[in-house]
Design a protein around this ligand. Structure first.
Ligand SMILES: NC(=O)c1ccc[n+]([C@@H]2O[C@H](COP(=O)([O-])OP(=O)(O)OC[C@H]3O[C@@H](n4cnc5c(N)ncnc54)[C@H](O)[C@@H]3O)[C@@H](O)[C@H]2O)c1
Length: 249
C-alpha cells in the first residue's frame, strides 16, 4: 500500500469490471476510500470484498448512472459511509457499432443516457460535496474515439466527443472553486467489453496501434491516480491520451 490518495473518498462508476475495476484497485492501493458503483451487483461486491481483503477501504453501491435519483442516493450513502466525497471517476459506458442507419432512436438515447448524461448527472450531483472539500477532483473517462472518427461507432463517438467538451466546460466553470476536472482518452484496452470482438477485428485494431499491443486496465488506472491526486493540483481541463500511440499518425 502506498499513500498518494490518502484521505480521498472516490466514487468510481462502472468499477465492477474492466478499466473501472483497475482504477478502483489502484485507488484503494494508494489509500483512497473507494465506492464501486455499478449495475453489476455480484461482480461489484466481489471487487469490493477483494480490495478489503488486500487492506483497502471499499464498498459496493448499486448505481445506474442514467438515473438522477440513483446518483442522489449513492452520493448521500458515500458521505454517510466515509464522511465526505472528494473524487469522482465517471467511467461507466456502453458500446454500439451499428452505424448511422442501423442505430435505432432507442439505442441512441440509451447510449447517450449512460455515456454522456451519466457523466453530467454524476458531476451535477457530486459537485456540492466536491466543493465542500475545497480540493475536489473529477476524472472523466472519454475514449480515443472522442478524438478520432472510425466507421460504425457513430453514437459512441458522439457520446465520447461530448464527454470531452463537457469536461472542458465544467473545468472552466469550477477552476476558481477548488474542483479540477480532467479527462482520460484510453485507446484499445483489454477488458470484458472487448471480449466479443472477433480475432480479425482485434488484429485490425492492433494494426493501427504503433506500439502493436493493447493496453491493460492498470495503464489507464495509473493515469487516473495521478489526475485524482494532489500531484495534479495545477491541472484542469487537461486531456491525457493513453493509447499506445494510436492517435499519432
Ligand atoms: N476497453 C477499451 O478498449 C476502451 C477504449 C476507450 C475507452 N474506453 C472507456 O473506458 C470505460 C470502461 O470501459 P471498459 O472497456 O472497462 O468496459 P466494460 O464493459 O468492461 O465495463 C463497463 C462497466 O460499466 C458498467 N455500466 C454499464 N452501464 C452502466 C450504467 N448504466 N450504470 C452503471 N454502470 C454501468 C458495466 O456494468 C461494467 O461494469 C468506458 O468509459 C469506455 O468507453 C474503453
Amino acid at each position: 500500500m502506498a499513500n498518494r490518495l490518502d484521505g480521498k473518498v472516490a466514487i468510481i462508476t462502472g468499477a465492477a469490471r474492466g478499466i473501472g475495476e483497475g482504477i478502483a484497485e489502484k485507488f484503494a492501493g494508494e489509500g483512497a476510500s473507494v465506492v464501486i458503483a455499478d449495475l453489476l451487483e455480484r461482480e461489484g461486491k466481489e471487487v469490493a470484498e477483494r480490495l478489503r481483503k488486500q487492506g483497502g477501504k471499499a464498498v459496493f453501491f448499486n448505481l445506474d448512472v442514467s438515473s438522477e435519483q440513483a446518483w442522489a442516493d449513492v452520493v448521500a450513502n458515500t458521505v454517510a459511509e466515509f464522511g465526505a466525497l472528494t473524487t469522482l471517476v465517471n467511467n461507466a459506458a456502453i458500446f454500439n457499432d451499428a452505424g448511422l442507419l442501423k442505430t435505432t432512436l432507442e439505442d441512441w438515447n440509451k447510449l447517450i443516457a449512460v455515456n454522456l448524461t451519466g457523466q453530467f448527472l454524476g458531476m451535477k450531483i457530486a459537485m456540492p460535496q466536491l466543493l465542500k472539500t475545497g480540493n475536489g477532483a473529477v476524472v472523466n473517462i472519454s475514449s480515443l474515439y472522442g478524438l478520432i472518427a472510425t466507421e460504425g461507432y457513430t453514437a459512441y463517438h458522439a457520446s465520447k466527443g461530448g464527454s470531452r467538451m463537457l469536461s472542458k466546460a465544467t473545468a472552466l466553470e469550477y477552476a476558481k472553486q477548488g474542483v479540477r476536472i480532467n479527462t482520460i482518452f484510453p485507446g484499445d484496452t483489454e477488458t470484458p467489453a472487448m471480449d466479443n470482438l472477433t480475432e480479425e477485428q482485434n488484429a485490425a485494431v492492433l494494426a493501427k496501434v504503433p506500439m502493436g499491443v493493447a493496453g491493460k486496465p492498470a495503464d489507464i488506472a495509473y493515469g487516473a491516480v495521478y489526475l485524482a491526486s494532489d500531484e495534479a493540483r495545477y491541472l484542469t481541463g487537461s486531456e491525457l491520451v493513453i493509447d499506445g500511440g494510436w492517435s499519432l499518425p
